[in-house]
Ligand binder design. Structure first.
Ligand code: CO8
Length: 144
């Protein structure tokens, strides 16, 4: 298994509780989906109570990276496309979800989305991750 994410040497900007300026996202696995409930803070704002687009990308990247990490897939983000459909407000409970799409050799395609409290889709990402370590994408429905 990969290094535990709660390890005190983990200072990941997205998920570590040890990074004083990090997002501190907390994920749970729900079958084939990795999910975080996250409320962005005022310091995450671009302007006008809207979360900075780069941090929206970070949340999506983190969700996909996390999905892979807990499945022992050691990867790096190689490409990511984001559709920003609605402004993501600070101070509201967001649902950030990711799932695996496909694998071809070292290339793993992933998807992620941010859902607002009213159930509408605010942003979605498609990304390619390149494997830099062992492991393969589980078949759909495979339990952890
Ligand atoms: C819990 C943890 C959560 C973490 C979430 C955060 C994750 C991150 O943000 S990681 C940081 C951001 N990403 C990076 O810094 C990555 C920087 N890039 C790199 O290090 C390298 O380019 C890396 C590792 C992606 C690929 O390097 P390397 O293995 O040498 O790849 P390379 O030889 O160029 O390509 C391998 C194959 O993949 C293909 N490939 C590479 N990139 C792409 C792409 N974007 N799309 C399609 N194919 C690609 C190449 O064409 C090549 O194919 P083939 O073998 O058929 O010729």
């Amino acid at each position: 298994m990969t290094k535990p994410l709660k390890d005190e040497t983990n200072i990941c900007f997205g998920c570590s509780p040890n990074n004083p300026i990090g997002l501190k996202m907390e994920f749970e696995d729900d079958g084939d989906v990795c999910r975080a409930y996250y409320t962005a803070r005022p310091e995450h704002m671009g302007w006008n109570d809207v979360v900075h687009g780069g941090l929206v990308a970070t949340m999506l990247d983190e969700a996909m990276g996390r999905w892979l990490w807990v499945r022992n897939l050691i990867t790096m983000t190689a490409e990511m496309t984001i559709r920003y459909s609605k402004p993501v407000p600070v101070g509201v409970r967001l649902t950030v979800e990711s799932s695996g799409v496909s694998q071809k050799g070292k290339l793993i395609e992933m998807t992620a989305r941010i859902i607002l409290p009213d159930g509408s889709l605010a942003a979605r990402a498609r990304a390619k991750f390149l494997k830099v370590g062992p492991g393969n994408l589980p078949e759909k429905g495979d339990a952890e």
